[in-house]
Design a protein around this ligand. Structure first.
Ligand code: DON
Length: 548
């Protein structure tokens, strides 16, 4: 019998290519700690993700949420890859015209109003994840327990959160909310959220019915003054989708399909960067950044023209990722000058700043990448029943051709319609090599998410940098419109800047791009070099590392 177990263990280890290890990276030390405790108590990555998601809804109020939505990408120990879509939906009252200026009519803001919010998807998403992939070691209520305690008994504010509240008066001055204070918050002050604790307690006791039906749903309906009906809320469903995938330099890469644009765009960029006509070579340099920018402009144009809620798309993702299509699409890129691309609202059809990401990998090799959001910082800023509501409606093309808060434009495929999901850029992604080793990735950053994930994959896989180096490298970004090459301070040497300007790229410096959270079978890399409270934890056969 003993021999059998030894053989079984050997099989498991050789199958997965690794031994006892866990890796977590989240945007808050308490989120990381909660996930770690669940894993150390024998829970799997999916149990840990549910507990961390609810804990982040308490300790990371700017982005962690129950009033928002998101996406999860999973790759199990057994090799199953799935994508979970818990994106918000537009309520029945929403129409194509809701946010359009017409005549004297002043429409509601798609960023700061009741109508800025879609029906939240996070609670339904976490329930789906729990029911489909739980280890069985924890009940749903047990996984919510850390969040309830953190809300009820409070937690110490980090310097980052205290400072943020100082600079967001519309949050700190909202009477009735726990964030209201007449004197400024200080680091170390205790923040308790009793109303949130009660809402979470009811979700813990009743499952999603505790949020989408009964008392809490009724409160949301009342608060919304007719924007949400009980049916809008009661009928919300999270959806499992087939991930998009490709083989990239020895890895199977799995990423998010529509309603995210992230997966299609990431695969277009990776395939584009492997074209012989490009100069990505063996290291990141001025020529590669020129080629990247020209690719990105075209990729974001496709995003604009073709992507939206999959129920409304006329072009399937496969057509946009097709090698022949991409060869044509990128054929006019010139190596020695930047040529602006033409934008055409009535294009012909193709023939046939706040979100949070966390990544978890358990000892058995179950992986999960979750990007979840309220969209803006603290969402719409409106606090209801213990939590902030999202302002995800701004991710629709609220007015055709008019840029949203990320400078992104859109047309019909992403126009507002009842029940529809708004197009996203969130790109949770997992790579698996031939030995079963995994890399689990993602970041916030609105439109920059896609190019950020691309650059981390490029640096880690193509340029053979460690995951830590790939995450911390200073990033660049381009998205077609505005017609610019954005760069994080420090990303471009003076020589590269000169060269790129000479090629015709208008440059613009940004302080920070994203806040990446990545783990692999060998590392946990939280984005500690950029502002925020990120923390990673990695343990493997006695080797611990917290900082990375
Ligand atoms: O879904 C999207 O693409 C946006 N709502 C994400 C917003 C975001 O990442 C803001 N964070 N910095």
């Amino acid at each position: 019998m003993r021999q059998f177990y030894a053989l079984f263990l050997l099989l498991v280890i050789s199958h997965t290519g690794w031994s006892q290890s866990i890796a977590v990276a989240t945007a808050h030390p308490i989120g990381t700690q909660v996930a770690r405790q669940v894993l150390e108590a024998g829970g799997n990555a999916y149990d840990a993700a549910v507990a961390a998601h609810f804990a982040l809804a308490v300790v990371l109020p700017r982005a962690g949420n129950i009033g928002g939505g998101g996406f999860a990408l999973i790759h199990t120990f057994g090799g199953e890859a799935r994508a979970l879509d818990f994106r918000e939906t537009a309520p029945q009252a929403a129409t194509r015209e809701t946010f359009m200026v017409s005549g004297e009519n002043i429409p509601p803001s798609s960023l700061r109003s009741i109508q800025a919010s879609g029906v939240p998807g996070s609670v339904a998403g976490m329930w789906e994840l729990y029911t489909a992939y739980r280890s069985g070691r924890f009940t749903w209520a047990e996984l919510l327990q850390p969040a309830i305690l953190l809300a009820d008994t409070g937690f110490a504010m980090t310097p980052f959160l205290a400072d943020l509240l100082l600079h967001t008066p519309h949050i700190a001055e909202q009477e009735g909310s726990p964030f209201y204070r007449q004197v400024p918050w200080q680091a170390g002050d205790r923040l308790t959220q009793h109303v949130l604790a009660q809402t979470l307690t009811d979700i813990a006791a009743m499952g999603p019915e505790g949020f989408y039906q009964g008392l809490h749903a009724a409160r949301l309906v009342d608060w919304s003054q007719g924007w949400f009906t009980p049916e809008d809320i009661g009928l919300y469903r999270a959806v499992w989708r087939a991930p998009l995938s490709m083989v990239y330099r020895g890895y199977n890469l799995y990423t998010m399909p529509p309603p995210s644009s992230g997966g299609v765009a990431l695969i277009q960029l990776l395939k584009g960067s492997d074209r012989p006509a490009n100069r990505f070579g063996k290291r990141w340099k001025g020529e590669a950044i020129h080629d990247f920018t020209e690719l990105a402009h075209r990729v974001y144009q496709d995003r604009t023209y073709y992507l939206g809620d999959p129920d409304y798309m006329e072009v399937v993702p496969g057509a946009l990722m097709d090698d022949g299509y991409l060869a044509n699409r990128f054929a006019d890129i010139e190596q020695d000058r930047h040529v602006p691309i033409a934008w055409n609202q009535s294009h012909t059809e193709l023939e046939s700043n706040e979100t949070t990401h966390f990544s978890i990998l358990d000892s058995a090799g179950n992986a999960i990448a979750i990007t979840t959001t309220l969209n803006g910082l603290f969402g719409s800023g409106l606090w209801v029943d213990g939590y902030f509501m999202n302002n995800e409606m701004d991710d629709f093309a609220t007015q055709p051709g008019v840029p949203n808060q990320f400078g992104l434009i859109g047309y019909e495929v992403n126009s507002v319609a009842p029940g529809k999901r708004m197009l996203s850029s969130m790109t949770p992604t997992i790579l698996v090599d031939g030995s079963g080793n995994k890399v689990v990735l993602g970041t916030p950053g609105g439109s920059t998410i896609i190019t950020n994930v691309f650059q981390v994959v490029l640096h880690h896989v193509r340029y053979q940098k460690t995951l830590e180096e790939a995450v911390h490298i200073k990033k660049v970004h381009a998205q077609g419109l505005p017609e610019k090459l954005f760069y994080e301070v420090g990303a471009l040497t003076p020589r590269w800047q000169k060269k790129l300007k000479a090629l015709g790229h208008p440059l613009e410096a940004w302080k920070q791009i994203g806040r990446f959270q990545a783990v692999s079978s060998f590392e946990a890399v939280a984005d500690v070099t950029r502002s925020g409270d990120s923390q990673g934890y990695f343990y493997s056969d006695g080797v611990k590392s917290k900082r990375k």
